[in-house]
Design a protein around this ligand. Structure first.
Ligand SMILES: [Zn+2]
Ligand SMILES: [Zn+2]
Ligand SMILES: [Zn+2]
Length: 273
């Protein structure tokens, strides 16, 4: 926790967001890669796939995405319960940890409520066919128990009385769910913000935003694009996520504009609801 973020703690703080993964789809380091970032000793260059945990005032926890690294992330962050999962979209790096949700089914003895846009839930149903269409070919192992709920853009859902507004983000041609939660916006995997989402972001104090690297990419914001967006939105503090192995924490951090920082695994940000 940096001094910049701790100023919001105190009686106003009712919830927080813990970044449990800040890396792109490959994770960082990449197996077999000898580049300076993948071989560095800087712990903030070690990035699991992008994901976060919303900690509610009750202490209950909502997972954002279930990444390929979920089991390891859960052990590292000490995630002992998962009360719900918000899915941003169905790309492999955001859903392939779904089977590891079984640990929480066993502990909690109940199905886990999961939320996503209809297109995302349909894609998950296809990928995890054995969860939804069990047959004899999958005998001998258990499947996760999930209770699916369809999110509609700009219609808030409420979890334990905490309003969460789903926003549409564009990730190439894929529509991704962003979330406005109190004074925080979570916007992974995107390279364009529709006007209505732009308006819904106004007044936020913290933006968690996709910024893959410096070089252009067809479906992710670059770091300069994210810096520009952050300035145009006027949000005081932006943290960049979904970072590739082109991004050395220390070198890039020195060159970011004021109010923009790189996120890292383990960063926890307060939310004012
Ligand atoms: Zn991704
Ligand atoms: Zn590398
Ligand atoms: Zn994606």
């Amino acid at each position: 926790m940096t001094s910049k973020t701790s100023r919001y703690f105190g009686s106003m703080t009712q919830a927080s967001l813990l970044i449990i993964g800040s890396g792109t789809s490959s994770g960082v380091p990449i197996p077999g890669c000898d580049c300076p970032v993948c071989t560095s000793q800087e712990p903030r260059n070690v990035r699991m796939r992008t994901s976060a945990v919303l900690r509610l005032p009750s202490g209950n926890q909502v997972l954002i995405d279930a990444t390929t690294d979920l089991r390891h992330q859960a052990l590292r962050a000490g995630i002992r319960r998962v009360h719900a999962v918000l899915f941003t979209h169905a790309h492999a790096d955001h859903i392939l940890g779904i089977d590891d949700l079984r640990a929480y089914n066993f502990l909690q003895r109940t199905a886990i409520p999961c939320y996503g846009f209809a297109s995302t839930l349909d894609s998950i149903r296809r990928t995890f066919w054995y969860v939804f269409h069990p047959d004899e070919t999958y005998q001998g192992s258990s499947a996760p128990r999930l209770q699916f709920n369809t999110l509609h853009p700009y219609e808030p859902l409420s979890i334990e009385g905490v309003p969460i507004l789903p926003l549409e983000l564009l990730h190439g041609r894929t529509v991704v769910a962003g979330f406005r939660i109190g004074d925080l916006v979570y916007a992974t995997d995107c390279n364009a913000i529709p006007q209505r989402s732009w308006e819904a972001m106004r007044g936020a104090r913290t933006l968690i935003l996709d910024a893959l690297r410096y070089n252009p990419h067809p479906t992710h914001f670059t770091i300069p694009q994210a810096e520009q967006l952050s300035a145009e939105l006027g949000i005081p503090q932006t943290y960049l996520i979904h970072l590739s192995h082109d991004v050395d924490y220390q070198t890039v951090s020195k060159n970011l504009r004021s109010g923009v920082e790189l996120a890292y695994d383990g960063l926890e940000l307060p939310i004012r609801l």
